[in-house]
Design a protein around this ligand. Structure first.
Ligand code: ADP
Ligand code: MG
Length: 625
């Protein structure tokens, strides 16, 4: 062809394709759900644009927002077509090969260690999974703003783009043609495709139709019967018709006894709907099973691990702003959740307005610290026919956000409430029931994955600080190597103890040896260990909890209750402290004081009440290096 241009894949993309082609990964099925997911995204996009511009859908079949699957057994081609937004020539070049997404190298890296190919969609490179089953792929696409183009590649490091002058015009949308590998023949079986769509693409919001064969009974003249007895299939039926005439005369006398016509099976083709388009969030939560929620989560989050979400919340908000929402706590944090926390949008909820997908790029729906949640909201209150920018500024979003945060925090608290390991009640903790077993240890799991988010929430969200503090977990001098909570700490406080004591540092082992602990331990006070760098920031915002102040035991002003001798001691060592302070000069210390926090250690350097702790100094230093 004369109008063909060649391009090289971006290096990381090329490596990714090599990995996929050479993969021994056995679950090759995943390519189909990735293609259907892309088709669905493309349909969402055109539907959204059509809200403000009806013309954009065109006319005739182009207005049908659907996904079409066709099989060609002879040529071994499986094709998946959508009437979505399509891709311009430039889109094809950029999206399918030359611009590597941030997830590309992360995924390549992951695959080289212990990666699960199943998670490809989460990394934003799902398209390339086609090379699990195909050795040659064509992408034919027509966008309203451009001519029809063909992208094609044999995954040999290069792809080609040509203006499409030979295929049937698509109208609008994209057709992916997979030339299947020898061993991937099963994807030409209709039943296999039915099964896969059912399994992976149940929650796609557009009809998925397959050009499927169907056995139908047709009436044919009875005589025909004998000559074509062994022929069940209709493809041969025309040839047998020719034979009927000459046989007519021979069998003439039997005609009366026999019926005039006979039923024969014939194969015809028609579009068969493979999914029932159902919006789970519109259903009554009581009627949705756990399994359905789990499957919905998998498709929403593109998380096809076998794990269940840790929790979900499905509710309807009423009042000024009405909406339905489903929120999920994923079983695992995404690979880059805290990598560039303040600059990246890890995930945003999917926003629908009256069943129409609007965007998953609104960060006005949830605060940053809850961006690990997955879910969707569907509102009847928001306007449909305005631009994304206008919608983004809509006053209702504030109300929605407030409600979502509340519900999200309730949902997280429920993980703890339902976890028998979290119970302070010893009997309940040891009780064994099948129901509890599923929930046991779930909060620790949550904490290990997302604890940092809760801490960042305490820093960011003053309104919900107390609610978030309830969710905090940490180790302490009395937690026995396990995690404990502020409520549990308070329940163990000694009579007369006013403050909550804590110490910050790099590890529990280091803190346990700290001289700051000596006296507190001896007096049987519990001290919290904060060992995560983020804890220092956290404690600058978390001043009190349930009317109890937090007291860093490495800082000045630690009061352990009076023992009467303070004043006396201060007086008798006055000369020593004065001399010492002078000897060190004010460049080195602010003050020298008599302390009641030590037991064996003779003296200790303490930081001032309002300054940085020694640990914070350490963190700040390591950051400037
Ligand atoms: P992701 O879907 O996560 O963006 P993919 O690798 O699956 O990653 O797809 C890459 C990009 O190619 C998509 O973001 C989209 O821009 C484009 N694309 C893929 N399939 C289609 C399609 N059927 N219609 C329109 N664009 C598509
Ligand atoms: Mg995709």
């Amino acid at each position: 062809r004369s109008n063909t241009e060649k391009f090289e894949f971006q290096a990381e993309v090329s490596r990714l394709m090599d990995i996929i082609i050479n993969s021994l990964y056995s679950n090759k099925d995943i390519f189909l759900r990735e293609l259907i997911s892309n088709a669905s995204d493309a349909l969402d996009k055109i539907r959204f644009l059509s809200l403000t511009d009806k013309e954009i859908l065109g006319e005739g079949d182009s207005t049908k927002l659907e996904i079409l699957i066709k099989l060609d057994k002879e040529k071994k081609i499986l094709s998946i077509r959508d009437r979505g937004i399509g891709m311009t020539k430039e889109d094809l070049i950029k999206n399918l090969g030359t611009i590597a997404k941030s997830g590309t190298s992360a995924f390549v890296e992951k695959m080289q260690t212990s990666g699960d190919l199943n998670l490809i969609g989460q990394f934003g490179v799902g398209f390339y999974s086609v090379y699990l089953v195909a050795d040659y792929v064509e992408v034919i696409s027509k966008h309203n703003d451009d001519k029809q183009y063909v992208w094609e590649s044999k995954a040999d490091g290069a792809f080609a783009i040509s203006e499409d002058t030979w295929n049937e015009p698509l109208g609008r949308g994209t057709e992916i043609r997979l030339h299947l590998r020898e061993e991937a023949g099963e994807y030409l079986e209709e039943n296999k495709l039915r099964e896969l769509v059912k399994k992976y693409s149940e929650f796609i919001n557009f009809p998925i139709n397959m050009w499927a064969s169907k056995e139908v009974d047709v009436e044919v003249p009875a005589d025909e019967d004998e000559s074509s007895d062994e022929e069940e299939s209709s493809s041969e039926s025309s040839s047998s018709e020719e034979e009927t005439e000459e046989e007519d005369t021979e069998k003439g006398e039997d005609e009366e006894k026999k019926p005039k016509t006979k039923k024969v099976k014939e194969t015809t083709y028609e579009w068969e709907l493979l999914n029932d388009v159902k919006a789970i969030w519109l259903r009554n939560p009581k009627e949705v099973t756990d399994e359905e929620y789990t499957k919905f989560y998998h498709s929403l989050a593109k998380d096809f691990s076998d794990e269940k979400p840790l929790a979900w919340s499905h509710f309807t908000a009423e009042g000024d702003v009405e909406f339905k929402a489903v929120l999920f706590v994923p079983p695992k944090a995404p690979h880059d959740l805290y990598e560039s926390y303040y600059n990246s949008n890890i995930s945003n909820l999917k926003l629908y307005v009256r069943r129409v997908f609007i965007s998953d790029e609104f960060d006005e729906l949830l605060p940053k610290y809850l961006s690990f949640l997955k879910g969707l909201i569907d509102s009847d209150t928001l306007p449909l026919n305005v631009s994304r920018e206008m919608l983004q500024q809509h006053a209702s979003l504030k109300t929605i956000k407030k409600k979502l945060i509340r519900k999200a925090l309730d949902m997280i608290r429920r993980i703890a409430d339902e976890d028998p390991d979290e119970s302070t009640d010893k009997d309940k903790k040891d009780e064994k029931s099948v129901d509890d077993d599923e929930k046991r240890g779930q909060y620790t799991k949550f904490w290990n994955e997302f604890g940092k988010s809760i801490k960042l929430g305490i820093v960011e969200d003053a309104t919900n600080r107390n609610r978030l503090a309830k969710l905090l977990r940490f180790e302490s001098t009395k937690s026995d190597g396990k995690l404990t909570s502020l409520d549990q700490y308070i329940s163990r406080m000694k009579p007369g103890q006013k403050d909550i004591f804590y110490l910050t540092g790099t590890s529990k082992e280091q803190l346990e040896k700290s001289p700051f602990l000596e006296r507190l331990k001896k007096k049987n006070f519990e001290v919290i260990f904060f060992t995560d760098p983020v804890d220092e920031y956290l404690m600058q915002y978390l001043m009190d909890y349930e009317d109890k102040k937090f007291q860093n035991v490495s800082k000045e002003g630690l009061k352990l209750g009076k023992d009467g001798k303070d004043k006396e001691l201060k007086e008798s060592f006055k000369d020593l402290t004065k001399w010492w302070k002078k000897a060190l000069s004010s460049d080195n210390v602010d003050d020298v004081k008599i302390s009641n926090r030590l037991d064996n250690t003779p003296c200790v350097v303490v930081t001032s009440k309002f300054g940085w702790s020694a640990n914070m100094e350490r963190i700040m230093q390591s950051q400037t290096l």
